[in-house]
Design a protein around this ligand. Structure first.
Ligand code: FMN
Length: 352
């Protein structure tokens, strides 16, 4: 199959249909106002992405509760005060094509330290049951806000060592109650968040999750636990899991996608649709994920997502379709606060 056919074939997940197989992975622009309101530059970014040809846009990591703010430039969705910001994003994202867009929701947990204005910092080990319930409710309320703003669904940020990810890693979670110990116990807070969202937003409201496919040493034990969790998510009715990893955004131009082997292995053990992210730069990378593997008869991933290539060129999909690689150099200058006083404001030093 030609690469453009692979990219543009529609995909129906449980509750959402995507017009194509490339997603713009969640990308913080680190430019919100100090109170968490979205900067107009970010809204313009979604307007550009509306005509990118992406089959799904995933918003920046947006904070569900003030104590969980993971950096001082992070967008917020912890009260109805942010409904207007969310509506602006949705309107811009759908200004050219009606691209599905989901709001990525997260809580920083330990990353709140130094970023949350001196509020108590929640960690997997110090949370009381009441605080866990508070976090779960905050996710539910933020998802309900997303629904009212017109988002097509939400993605839970369960990757990259934010609170849900901290809870899932045995390295950070030493609890001995029902939220610690086994992989399913360490995942319990995420499960409760998922159930709360379905309760608040209805069972048909699409929910995706981003989660790391490996731990620090890429152990077999982590892999086994994750398979259990992905299979549980399938039973619970999750739409898809976007699989990232411990080392999620590396420097330089990768020779192959970071998690090709891991995602290939996971896809053989779960029926939950997987979205592959990390180091996808060429048409061959996309084909490696989306073309059915000969021995299993199904592809490793149902869709592929990219972050930095879209910062370098919002129309990167058109280049990939023509056989050209992404121009992202992997310099990683896109991390950190954005200078919104500079004119023009540019997030990528190599922007096309
Ligand atoms: C500037 C920047 C901001 C990011 N923000 C988020 C985010 O808000 N949520 C998230 O899950 N991942 C975030 N990521 C990680 C990306 O979604 C992606 O997993 C990672 O960059 C690997 O994909 P890539 O090689 O296509 O960039 C960010 C990455 C970059 C470079």
């Amino acid at each position: 199959m030609k690469i453009s056919e692979l990219i543009n074939s529609p995909l129906t997940l449980r509750n959402i249909t995507l017009p194509g197989r490339i997603a713009r992975s969640a990308t913080e622009l680190f430019c919100s106002f100090p109170d968490g309101h979205v900067h107009p530059y970010e809204v313009e970014t979604y307007r550009e992405l509306s005509s990118s040809g992406a089959g799904l846009l995933i918003s920046a990591h947006t904070c569900v509760s003030p104590e969980g703010r993971s950096n001082k430039w992070q967008n917020a969705a912890w009260s109805d005060e942010f409904l207007g910001d969310c509506r602006d994003i949705v309107k811009a994202a759908k200004s050219d094509k009606n691209v599905p867009i989901v709001l990525q929701l997260g809580h920083g947990g330990m990353k709140g330290e130094g970023n949350n204005g001196g509020l108590p910092v929640l960690t997997p080990d110090n949370m009381t049951h009441e605080q866990i319930r508070g976090v779960v409710r905050a996710f539910g309320a933020a998802a309900y806000l997303a629904k009212r703003a017109g988002f097509d669904g939400v993605e839970l940020h369960g990757a990259h060592m934010y609170l849900l990810s901290q809870c899932f890693y045995a390295e950070y979670n030493h609890r001995t109650d029902g939220y610690g110990g086994s992989p399913l116990n360490r995942f319990r807070i995420t499960r409760e968040v998922f159930e709360e969202i379905k309760l608040r937003c209805g069972k048909d409201f699409p929910v995706l999750m981003k989660i790391n496919g490996d731990d620090r040493e890429n152990t077999a034990e982590y892999h086994r636990g994750l398979v259990e969790v992905l299979n549980l998510c399938f039973e619970l009715g999750m739409d898809a899991a976007e699989i990232s990893g411990w080392s999620s955004a590396r420097r330089g131009v990768p020779e192959k996608p970071y998690f090709l082997d891991n995602i290939g292995a996971l896809s053989r053990e779960t029926s939950l649709p997987l979205i592959a992210v990390g180091g996808v730069r060429r048409g061959e990378d996309i084909a490696a994920y989306l073309a059915p593997a000969e021995d299993v008869g199904k592809p490793a991933a149902c869709a592929v997502s990219m972050a930095r290539p879209f910062l370098q060129n919002p129309h990167v999909i058109k280049d990939l379709e023509k056989g050209m690689p992404s121009g992202c150099t992997g310099c990683c200058a896109c991390f950190g606060p954005l200078d919104v006083k500079a004119q023009p404001i540019v997030r990528c030093a190599h922007r096309k």
